[in-house]
Design a protein around this ligand. Structure first.
Ligand code: FE2
Length: 275
């Protein structure tokens, strides 16, 4: 993998603070929407809310499905909007992304390509689960080796693993068809490594927190449309777009919170039959 590992420091409290933005589904044309929600307007509103909330964070984690139409313009739109927050962005691809264009547009705008950040008490490992032109996810042997190697390199640091797809079934049957297909191989790498504290993902467009074998599995609302939790068939949620912030503490614990926009400015078209 061709990227440079980044070394950074915790803040004065020994904490590393993250902001997760996920599934922005932007278009080249800023007037376009997804199932009735203008994705650019909703991202702008979320970013404005973060500024209003005065959330303190060190890194922005963009966990995939940044573009809906594979255009360079959509990635440029993401950078232009999110760089207003004034913090470095880390990213990984979702099933909807066009990686070469994503990587190229981000790097020409100074967004780094790294997939491993090492701090005083934590390391962040960003994985690529994309299977081109498929909605489900898969970790290649190379990705699994990268994960195992990164964990082997820093056994004394807590680890947060990030990817786009869900590695555990989340109780939405239609979405769980599009999960990480080789989740057994992934969980095998985590087995016996008690320093892995959490897996943070996107893809499911809903707030999700589940603790299993000492690992927290955490997903967050999209910045545009929301999917209804625990739904067998495709169903949209009326909840508003949002974001998550996380504090990774020196003792290996995590505190995290989802914040959503207030009001009802971004309601989806309820007649939508699919996604
Ligand atoms: Fe998505």
């Amino acid at each position: 993998m061709e990227f440079e590992k980044i070394f950074t420091h915790a803040d004065a409290n020994g904490e590393l603070r993250l902001l997760q933005l996920t599934d922005t589904h932007l278009f080249a044309n800023q007037a376009m929407g997804l199932l009735g929600v203008n994705t650019f307007a909703s991202l702008q509103a979320v970013v404005a809310q973060i500024q209003t909330d005065s959330i303190a964070f060190d890194w922005i984690m963009a966990t995939g499905d940044i573009s809906q139409d594979h255009s360079a313009r959509s990635y440029q739109r993401f950078v232009d909007t999110v760089q207003a927050l004034g913090k470095p962005i880390l990213w990984l691809p979702g099933n909807h992304d066009m990686q070469p264009l994503m990587s190229q547009t981000f790097s020409t705008n100074g967004v780094c390509d790294t997939k491993q950040v090492v701090s005083d008490h934590w390391q962040l490992i960003l994985l690529d689960t994309q299977v081109p032109e498929k909605p489900h996810g898969y970790l290649s042997d190379g990705q699994l080796q990268f994960l195992a190697g990164a964990l082997d390199d820093y056994p004394d640091k807590n680890a947060l693993v990030l990817m786009h797809h869900q590695s555990r079934l989340i109780g939405c049957r239609w979405l769980d068809q599009h999960n990480l297909k080789n989740s057994d191989a992934f969980h095998q790498v985590l087995q016996g490594r008690s320093n892995v504290k959490a897996v943070l993902f996107g893809h499911i467009h809903q707030n999700y927190e589940y603790q299993c074998d000492g690992v927290a599995y955490i997903a967050s609302p999209s910045t545009c449309i929301q999917f209804l939790p625990l739904s067998d068939d495709f169903a949209l949620d009326q909840q508003q777009p949002g974001y998550r912030y996380l504090t990774l503490k020196a003792d290996g614990t995590i505190s995290s919170r989802v914040k959503r926009l207030s009001g009802q400015a971004f309601l989806p078209d309820n007649q939508s039959q699919g996604y």
